[in-house]
Design a protein around this ligand. Structure first.
Ligand SMILES: Nc1ncnc2c1ncn2[C@@H]1O[C@H](COP(=O)(O)OP(=O)(O)OP(=O)(O)O)[C@@H](O)[C@H]1O
Length: 792
C-alpha cells in the first residue's frame, strides 16, 4: 500500500512542476528555493536603503575587498540591482514570494499542478504593477524599475497617456475576472457586506476606547495591495481590530461568489458532522445505559391479573337449543315460501346473542325482493330485532339474524384471555367483544383513530366505555397511556379516581382528575389543543411523522431531553355524555373537538365520545366527518341509526351490549364484552394500591376567557390582531373567543387574550358561563369612534 502511494505521488508530481522525481531531491531543491527566496527578500528590502551607496560597487563584483552595504553584500546588491533597478522595481518582491511557494510545494511533496498558473499570473501581475508604478510614480522611477519605466515610455509614444491608462485598466480587469472571478454583482455584494461590517465596527468602536485601535496591520496591507490591488478591501481591513484571520482573508478576497461557497460548504459539513456526532453520542448512551425505558420510574408496576374479572357464567360456552334452531329454520323457509322465494340452501352460525341464518336463494330470485320484504318477514317470524343482510358483503348469500332465546354474556375475562388480544401487536388494542361467529374482535384505537359511540339509554354504552378502558389497562403500562375522563353524569367514571396518579391526566390547577363540570371541559379541550400543538412542534424538531417514530427515536436516545424532548404517552379522551356537553357549551366544545379529531391522530391523542341522543344537533356534520369509527348500540328509530351509522340496522338490535361497529365501510355486528362495575372497582383498586407517580399527568395550562376579567390592559400591549378581532366581534355581534379563532385562524390562548383585551376596552361584556359575551358596541362606526377616543 505504502509503496503504491509513493509511486502514485511521484507520477503525479511528474505531471506537475517537478524536475527530479525522487523525494530527497525534491526536499533539497525545495529548501534551496526557500533559502533563495529569503535571501532575495532581504536583498530587495535593504536595496531600497543602500542602492545608491552600492551602485559604484556593481562593477567590482569580483573584487574581494570591496564591501557592499546591502544586507547580503555584493550578491544582494547585484541581484537587487538586476531585479529592482533594471527589472520590475517594487513588483520584484513577487519573485521571492513565487520562489518560496514553489520551494514549499517541493519541500512538502505537494502536487504541483497549480504552480504553473501561479507563475504565469505572477509574471503578468509583476509586469502590470511595474508598468502601473512607472505610469503613476513618474517622480520615483525606482518603484517601477527600468522595465516599467521603459515599457511605459514605449507605450505612451504610441498610445499616449490616456491610452496607457485605459490599457492598464483593461489588463487589471482581465486579471480580476480571470484570477478572482470578479463580477459586478459580486462587487455589489462585497461592498454591501463591507458597508455592514463597517457599520457594526463603528458601533463597536464607540464602545471601545480609541487608543485600542490596532496599528500593526501595515504589513498585511502592503502585501495585500500587491496581490489584490483593491483599495476598498485594504481600507476596510485597516479598520478592523478584532476580526479573526480567516475572516479577514475572506473579506479581502474580491471574489465574492467564491467567498460564499466555502461558508456554505462549511455549514453543510457542520450539519452532517453534528448529525453524525449526535448519532455516535446516542449509540454510546444506548451502549452505556441501554435504551431509554419509560416504564423504569414505575419499574415494579404489575399489570392487573385476569382473576379480577368475572366470567359471568360464560365458561359454559354458548348453549343453543337444537329445537330452537330447527324451529327458526322452518319458519324462515315457510315464510319465504309465502312470498314465493325458494331456498336452495340454509346454514346457521350461532353467535353469543344472535344466530345468523345464511340463505342461498334459488336461481332467479332477486335480492331486492327479499330486502323489500324485510319487515313482513320479520313480522312473520315474530321475533324481536331481526336483521336482514341482503346480500352478505363478499358472499352471494342472504343473512337473517335471529336473536337467541337465551343470550350468552360475553365476559370481559374471556376476551382479555383470548389469544387474539394477548398476542395483539397494536399500539392501543381494544377488545370490544365477539362477532356473530363467536370470534374475539380486537381493534387498534390508534388506527381508528377516534370513536363515536351512541345508543339509547340502558343499551350498554357505559359498559362499552368500560370495556375500552379495561382493555387498555390490561395491556398498557401507566407510562404509555393517559386518560382524560369527562363524566357529566358524575357517576359513571368515578371509579377511575383511584388510578389518578397512574393513568389519568388533568389540568394543573384542578383538584379532581375526572371532569364533571362543563366549563372545565372547555378548558381541558383547549388545553389538549395546546398539548397537540406542542407535540407537533416536538415532532417537527425530531423530524419524524408520528408519535410512534418519535417515541422510538427517544428510546434510542437520539433526542436530547435538554431540548424539551420527552417520552410522549398516548392520551385517550373519554367523554361519557356528549349530548349534555354540546347542549350547554355548543360551539365552544365542538370547535376544539373537531380540531383535535382532525389533527390529533399523528401525535397520539384519541377521542372516544359517547352519547345517548344521537340527533343531528349533537352528532353534527363536522363531528361525524372526523369520526370514521362508530359504534351504535340499540337506538329507538331508524333516523337515529342513520345519524350514527349512515345506515339502518341499529334500531333492530336487541340491546344489552348488542352493537354495530363500522370503521368506514362494512358494518359488523358484535356482542360487547361485559364488564361490571365491581370488576372495574377491583381493577382500579389493584392498580391504585401500587406505587404511583407523584401526581396525575399534567396537561398544559390553558388561560380561559374568564381569567382575565377586570384586568386593565395597556393599549400598547394589545395584540396585533386586536383591531381585526374587534371588527369581527362587532360585525357578528357575538362575543366569543371561538369566533375569533375561526375567523382569524388564531390559537386558543391568543384568542382568549384578545377577548380579555376587548373586555378591558369595553367592547365586550364580562364572561357569562357557556353563553357568548355581550357585545357593547353596536356597529363598526361606534367601534372606530371608541378606538379613536382612546388614543386622544
Ligand atoms: N355487553 C353487555 N352484556 C350484557 N349485559 C349488558 C351489556 N351491556 C350492558 N348490559 C346491561 O345493560 C345495563 C345498562 O348498561 P349501561 O349502563 O352500559 O347502559 P348505558 O347505555 O350506559 O345507559 P345510560 O345511558 O343510561 O348510562 C347494564 O347494567 C347491564 O345489565
Amino acid at each position: 500500500m505504502a509503496k503504491k502511494r509513493t509511486k502514485s505521488k511521484s507520477t503525479s508530481s511528474k505531471k506537475g512542476f517537478s524536475f527530479k522525481p525522487s523525494k530527497q531531491n525534491k526536499i533539497i531543491f525545495g529548501s534551496l528555493l526557500i533559502v533563495l527566496s529569503i535571501a532575495l527578500f532581504f536583498s530587495f528590502m535593504s536595496f531600497y536603503f543602500t542602492w545608491q551607496e552600492d551602485q559604484s560597487l556593481l562593477s567590482q563584483f569580483g573584487d574581494r575587498n570591496a564591501q557592499a552595504s546591502n544586507l547580503l553584500n555584493k550578491f544582494g546588491a547585484a541581484v537587487s540591482h538586476f531585479f529592482m533597478y533594471k527589472g520590475f522595481g517594487l513588483a520584484s518582491f513577487a519573485f521571492p514570494l513565487l520562489l518560496a511557494v514553489t520551494g514549499l510545494y517541493l519541500f512538502l511533496g505537494l502536487n504541483g499542478k497549480g504552480l504553473m498558473s501561479k507563475w504565469i499570473w505572477g509574471l503578468i501581475g509583476v509586469i502590470w504593477i511595474s508598468v502601473a508604478l512607472g505610469f503613476f510614480a513618474t517622480e520615483q522611477p525606482l518603484l517601477g524599475g527600468l522595465i516599467g519605466y521603459e515599457m511605459n515610455d514605449f507605450l505612451q509614444d504610441y498610445a499616449g497617456k490616456i491610452g496607457v491608462f485605459l490599457l492598464l485598466i483593461f489588463v487589471l480587469m482581465v486579471i480580476l475576472v480571470r484570477l478572482f472571478n470578479f463580477s459586478p454583482e459580486g462587487l455589489g455584494n462585497f461592498l454591501r457586506s463591507q458597508r455592514n461590517q463597517f457599520k457594526s465596527d463603528l458601533k463597536k468602536e464607540k464602545d471601545t476606547p480609541l487608543d485600542e485601535k490596532p496599528s500593526d496591520s501595515d504589513e498585511s496591507s502592503i502585501e495585500l495591495s500587491m496581490e489584490t490591488d483593491t483599495p476598498v478591501a485594504v481600507d476596510t481591513y485597516t479598520h478592523k481590530n478584532d476580526i479573526p484571520p480567516l475572516k479577514s482573508e475572506a473579506g479581502l478576497d474580491v471574489n465574492l461568489p467564491e467567498d460564499d461557497e466555502p461558508t456554505l460548504d462549511l455549514k453543510v459539513e457542520e450539519v452532517t458532522q453534528e448529525k453524525e456526532e449526535s448519532e455516535v453520542k446516542a449509540a454510546k448512551l444506548v451502549k452505556d445505559f441501554g435504551e431509554f425505558d419509560p416504564k423504569l420510574e414505575l419499574g415494579n408496576y404489575k399489570f392487573p391479573p385476569l382473576d379480577l374479572l368475572d366470567s359471568h357464567g360464560a365458561s359454559k360456552g354458548i348453549t343453543i337449543n337444537q329445537e330452537e334452531l330447527e324451529e327458526n329454520k322452518n319458519r324462515i323457509v315457510s315464510t319465504l315460501k309465502n312470498y314465493k322465494i325458494g331456498i336452495a340452501q340454509i346454514k346457521a352460525t350461532i353467535g353469543p346473542t344472535v344466530t345468523l341464518y345464511e340463505i342461498v336463494p334459488e336461481a332467479g330470485v332477486r335480492i331486492s325482493k327479499i330486502k323489500n320484504l324485510e319487515d313482513d318477514i320479520a313480522l312473520s317470524l315474530a321475533a324481536l330485532g331481526i336483521r336482514i343482510i341482503a346480500p352478505i358483503p363478499g358472499k352471494g348469500t342472504i343473512g337473517i339474524e335471529v336473536p337467541n332465546k337465551n343470550a350468552t354474556v360475553v365476559s370481559m375475562r374471556s376476551v382479555i384471555a383470548s389469544n387474539k388480544f394477548q398476542k395483539a401487536e397494536m399500539e392501543l388494542p381494544v377488545a370490544f367483544g365477539k362477532t356473530i361467529s363467536n370470534e374475539t374482535f380486537v381493534v387498534d384505537l390508534s388506527k381508528m383513530p377516534h370513536l363515536l359511540m351512541a345508543g339509547a339509554t340502558g343499551q350498554g354504552k357505559s359498559v362499552g366505555l368500560n370495556a375500552v378502558i379495561t382493555s387498555l389497562l390490561y395491556k398498557k403500562h401507566p407510562a404509555e397511556v393517559k386518560f382524560v375522563l369527562v363524566d357529566p353524569k358524575k357517576v359513571e367514571l368515578t371509579l377511575y379516581n383511584k388510578i389518578e396518579r397512574h393513568f389519568l391526566a388533568k389540568l394543573p390547577d384542578s383538584e379532581e382528575a375526572i371532569i364533571t363540570d362543563n366549563t372545565k371541559v372547555i378548558n381541558t379541550l383547549n388545553s389538549l389543543c395546546i398539548e397537540m400543538d406542542n407535540r407537533y412542534e416536538l415532532l417537527k424538531l425530531a423530524m419524524v411523522r408520528n408519535i410512534k417514530e418519535y417515541n422510538a427515536k427517544f428510546k434510542e436516545r437520539k433526542l436530547n431531553p435538554n431540548d424539551g424532548h420527552k417520552f410522549l404517552p398516548y392520551i385517550v379522551l373519554v367523554i361519557d355524555e356528549f349530548a349534555d356537553l354540546i347542549m350547554t357549551a355548543g360551539k365552544e366544545v365542538e370547535t376544539p373537538i373537531a380540531r383535535l379529531a382532525q389533527l390529533a391522530r399523528a401525535i397520539g391523542i384519541h377521542l372516544i365520545i359517547a352519547t345517548q341522543r344521537p340527533s343531528v344537533n349533537v352528532i353534527t356534520g363536522i363531528i361525524k366527518a372526523n369520526f370514521p369509527a362508530r359504534i351504535a348500540f340499540r337506538v329507538t328509530s331508524k333516523i337515529d341509526s342513520r345519524t350514527i351509522l349512515d345506515a339502518q340496522g341499529a334500531d333492530q338490535l336487541i340491546g344489552r351490549g348488542d352493537m354495530l361497529f363500522t370503521q368506514g365501510n362494512d358494518v359488523t355486528r358484535l356482542q360487547c364484552a361485559f364488564v361490571d362495575t365491581p370488576e372495574v372497582g377491583k381493577i382500579t383498586e389493584y392498580i391504585g394500591s401500587q406505587r404511583a407517580y407523584p401526581e396525575a399527568h399534567l396537561l398544559p395550562e390553558y388561560i380561559g376567557e374568564d381569567s382575565g376579567t377586570g384586568i386593565d390592559y395597556d393599549i400598547s400591549d394589545r395584540d396585533a390582531m386586536f383591531r381585526e378581532a374587534a371588527e369581527v366581534i362587532v360585525t357578528a355581534q357575538q362575543g366569543s373567543a371561538s369566533l375569533i379563532q375561526r375567523k382569524l385562524k388564531l390559537g386558543y390562548n391568543r384568542a382568549g387574550r384578545i377577548i380579555d383585551q376587548l373586555e378591558a376596552a369595553g367592547i365586550v361584556g364580562p364572561f357569562e358561563g357557556s353563553k357568548a359575551r355581550q357585545v357593547l358596541v353596536p356597529d363598526i362606526y361606534a367601534l372606530d369612534q371608541l378606538l379613536q377616543n382612546e388614543t386622544k
